[in-house]
Design a protein around this ligand. Structure first.
Ligand code: SAM
Length: 381
């Protein structure tokens, strides 16, 4: 049994325990990103009517990033800046002047004056927007801009209000799963896609009183090395290379775990249904899955982090609707359905999905960031 009240209380305490940027900052970043997208695409397609394929060709857009251009056009259309005419697009608004774009980013920066409280992230979004051409043409990678300053990843995965909330909820749920373990062996946890460890840090702090085995994995050896240095000696921590999309990685059944943590990594699964089944196969019969996932593709994200998620080649690897719509995130109801259909019983979702509440008034303030924690129990095999 997961104590939902305790999960929500831990999440609320973490969220209230730090700075919460007002909705003005999110709106200012959205506005700046929209202006940047408009200016960028107008630069590549200055004629009144154009088609996306020739815009991408003329602009030298890397084939693997072509779905990003489609998503930008979709967002511009949603704001009535372009209109679709069958295979063509038509501008419906004058392009913004360079000064207007710069001023919009400056406004966003002024709303986030301090690093650790939104400034590093705002600067990162602005840098990506400034380098839109190099990003689209693959002349620079978003990694270069992301990892030029560790303060950026700390803000993205740890110190912003939504991450504080989801990390604390995930840590509390995971700790409860381990605390309920009975038996001769130590309780065990597997983390997939652990990365910079934004969630791991919080989890390891929460379970420091337990003699547990914690297996931290990722597809990047750099993250594994960093993890070994950072958490040496903590909670029986071991690390391992693990590619969730590699069938061979699942062939020799790894040991089974009491809880699996998947923080912001499920969206990297080519086939989320398959990943759900595979995760079930490495969970004990009384095991749990704690998952943090996102369902909203915010405008600044589409100009920045979205580039990290393009596959290495133009071949879109997804087996679901994302193969055709250029999206990375599924609606929360679909993340949930994948789990339900593939060996898991979803116990809880925090904060509640606004789509499931009758009125926005009932939604938790953090829900607007579109990040949620799903807690699931292994269904009987
Ligand atoms: C968005 S980051 C999340 C990092 C961390 N879990 C957090 O929330 O702070 C996604 C992580 O998934 C990892 N990843 C991407 N593709 C993967 C794959 N196929 N198998 C395992 N991990 C993967 C990346 O290396 C990265 O560390």
């Amino acid at each position: 049994m997961i104590d939902r009240e305790a999960v929500s209380a831990a999440a609320d305490a973490a969220w209230r325990g730090g700075p919460v940027a007002g909705p003005q900052l999110a709106s200012a970043r959205d506005r700046a990103a929209l202006l940047s997208m408009h200016a960028a695409l107008h630069c590549l397609a200055p004629t009144q009517r154009f088609d996306a394929a020739s815009l991408a060709r003329k602009g030298g857009v890397a084939a693997r990033h072509a779905p990003i251009v489609d998503r930008w056009l979709e967002e511009l259309a949603a704001h009535d800046i372009v209109r679709r005419h069958e295979q063509q697009w038509e501008w419906n608004a004058e392009p913004p002047a360079r000064q207007a774009v710069d001023a919009a980013w400056q406004t966003a920066r002024e709303l986030a004056p301090r690093r650790g409280e939104g400034r590093a992230l705002t600067d990162f979004f602005a840098r990506c927007a400034e380098h839109w051409r190099e990003l689209l043409t693959d002349t620079i990678g978003a990694q270069t801009l992301l990892f030029e300053d560790e303060a950026i990843t700390t803000e993205i995965y740890q110190t912003n209000a939504a991450s504080r909330y989801t990390n604390a909820a995930a840590a509390e749920a995971l700790a409860q799963c381990l605390e309920q373990h009975h038996g001769p062996t130590a309780p065990s946890a597997l983390e997939i896609g652990g990365g910079m460890g934004g969630t791991t840090d919080v989890v390891l702090d929460r379970i420091r009183h337990l003699a547990a085995d914690y297996h931290f994995t990722d597809v990047s050896r750099w993250f594994l090395e960093r993890g070994r240095d950072r958490w040496a000696g903590r909670c029986g921590l071991t690390t391992g290379f693990f590619d969730i999309n590699d069938p061979a990685a699942w062939e020799s059944p790894p040991r089974r775990f009491d809880v699996v943590l998947a923080a912001n990594v499920f969206h990297n699964a080519h086939d989320p249904a398959m990943l759900s089944r595979r995760l079930r196969s490495v969970a004990n019969d009384s095991g749990h899955l704690v998952m943090i996932e996102t369902h909203i593709e915010h405008l600044p994200l589409l100009m920045s982090m979205r580039f990290l998620m393009s596959p290495p080649t133009a071949k879109v690897p997804f087996t679901d609707e994302r193969a055709n719509n250029g999206r990375i995130f599924l609606p929360m109801s679909q993340w949930r359905q994948h789990l339900q259909d593939n060996g898991w019983t979803v116990l809880d979702l925090v904060p509640t999905d606004p789509a499931e509440t009758e009125s926005d008034q009932l939604a938790h303030p953090v829900a607007r960031f579109g990040q949620h924690v799903l807690i699931a129990a292994a269904a009987k095999e």
